[in-house]
Design a protein around this ligand. Structure first.
Ligand code: NAD
Length: 463
């Protein structure tokens, strides 16, 4: 561990925060507008960087990175004044005359550690919330998307207030060294194992934190509903970003009566989206690096491949692959896949499907395709997950008004829109009292008459 790595920039941020600059509404707005300008003016450069990291198409980068972030900024600009409003509370009679209110205060200097799979989104969406809430921030992008990390570093340095916002690039060493420092809030996106380390580091300084982790997101395809649409949406959501999406359907549980039809429609959808040879498609990304490629390729050995299955280490290419007759106890079902391999498991009773989901602990998201409201209600009631999307995928995370985050093993804390503003701020309560009246009743010594009277007043007039 780089114990003696020092970060002189942290003292600068601390001083800026202590001077109160970032609390100002105008400063917050100016930084959000500057971030928006960066996303618009550097759109091409950003798309090229993401392409260089894992051959993601320009359209996908707009939809899942810059387009989403611009929406998040617009929402913050529109709602910020209202989010920052002071809220008055009514004061019980016994405490009168008084005035009580609370407002949301920034934590201070916060650290945002991002994952590589949506390299801009996972660093800048929390940053938007952190700025909106009035914090100074250090952003640590992932080393596994080096081109994106470079574009973030250059962009933020050129567009934002350097006395309040800094990017520190690097890998595990830098990240660990940063976690040795005392921050006022930690926001981490990444794997469970690293999440545990981050939480231990937070405990050392008693720093509050959010963990946005992964997991196996299940998708149930029930008896009712439009199977062709379900198949197209499953294929789109699973193979977007080459399957390297925390919210992608990890596996599909399909009612046995509809399995064959679903598999056929899914194979057709893969060909319709990516052609006969997806390697040639401009819209099909690569696995981020050879380590991840090797981890995924091993799953191909012991699975019944329904479609796809081709791979090429030279390009870190794995074709969109659908696996059938997968045993829920098989190796591929034991951990998050995080790649373009989709196991399909047939079930006969909904309870069986729900049992498989429960055995996998709390996923980040749960998906259900069914047009039966009773089934929809039952699945939501008898399962647990960070979020749910019925009859589609991923959009629960695209809608700025829906708080986004995990549960249990998929993390804790929420962001996006107002939820992000709230995550990066705390409620500070203020009570104004007057000097008078100042009755003896509240002060010791408490004899039985005084205590009796106090008891009556407290029980009758404090609600
Ligand atoms: P990762 O945990 O390896 O790395 C995440 C970040 O932590 C990187 O910036 C990395 O430099 C840093 N890091 C790595 N090891 C560290 C250590 N020992 N101490 C401190 N910092 C360390 O994750 P990844 O491979 O970048 O991302 C993939 C994982 O992230 C998947 O599990 C995926 O599901 C999850 N994810 C979750 C969300 C979400 O919103 N919940 C979004 C994207 C990805």
């Amino acid at each position: 561990m780089q114990k003696d790595r020092v970060f002189p920039e942290l003292a600068v941020l601390r001083e800026t925060f202590d001077r109160g600059i970032t609390r100002d509404l105008l400063w917050r707005r100016s930084q959000l507008l500057a971030l928006e300008r960066f996303l618009i003016e550097r759109e091409r450069e950003i798309a090229a960087a993401v392409y260089d990291d894992f051959r993601k198409s320009t359209a996908e980068t707009f939809l899942t990175e810059t387009g989403y972030l611009r929406g998040e900024i617009r929402v913050a600009l529109k709602c910020l004044a209202s989010w920052m409003k002071t809220r008055r509370v009514s004061i019980p009679l016994i405490y009168q005359p008084s005035k009580g209110y609370y407002f949301r205060e920034p934590y201070g200097v916060v650290l945002i550690i991002g994952a590589w799979n949506y390299p801009l989104n996972l660093c800048l969406a929390p940053l938007i919330s952190a700025i909106a809430a009035g914090n100074c921030a250090v952003v640590k992008p992932s080393e596994h998307a080096p081109h994106s990390s470079a574009v973030i570093t250059d962009g933020l340095a050129s567009y934002l207030d350097r006395s309040a916002i800094r990017v520190i690039e690097g890998g595990v060493e830098e990240s660990r060294a940063l976690l040795e420092e005392r921050f006022d809030y930690l926001f981490f996106t990444g794997s469970r194992s690293v999440g545990r380390e981050v939480m231990l580091a937070a405990a050392r300084h008693l720093t509050p934190l959010t963990l946005e982790l992964g997991g196996k997101c299940p998708c149930i395809v029930e008896e009712s509903g439009n199977l062709k649409v379900a198949a197209r949406r499953i294929v789109w959501a699973k193979f977007l970003n080459g399957g390297q999406t925390c919210l992608a359907p990890d596996y599909v549980l399909v009612h046995e009566k509809r399995e064959t039809e679903l598999l056929r429609y899914m194979r057709e959808a893969v060909t319709a989206f990516y052609g006969d040879d997806p390697r040639l498609s401009r819209d099909y990304p690569r696995i981020v690096n050879i380590d991840q490629f090797m981890r995924l390729e091993k799953f191909l050995d012991d699975s019944a491949i329904w479609s796809g299955g081709k791979s090429d280490p030279a390009e870190c290419y794995i074709a969109p692959t659908i696996l059938r007759d997968v045993n829920p106890r098989s190796r591929i079902m034991q951990s998050e896949i995080f790649g373009p391999l989709l196991p399909v498991i047939a079930y006969s009773k909904l309870d069986q499907a729900l049992d498989i989901i429960r055995a996998g602990k709390e996923p980040l998201a749960l998906y259900l395709f069914s047009s039966d409201p009773k089934v929809q209600q039952r699945v939501v009631r008898h399962s647990r997950s960070g979020g749910v999307c019925i009859n589609d995928f991923l959009f629960q995370a695209a809608i700025h008004g829906l708080p986004f985050g995990g549960l249990g093993l998929s993390g804790f804390g929420r962001y996006h829109g107002k939820a992000g503003f709230e995550t990066f701020s705390f409620q500070r309560s203020v009570l104004h009292r007057s000097f008078l009246p100042d009755p003896d009743l509240r002060y010791p010594p408490y004899n039985s008459v005084k205590f009796g009277l106090l008891k009556r007043l407290v029980t009758l007039f404090t609600a």
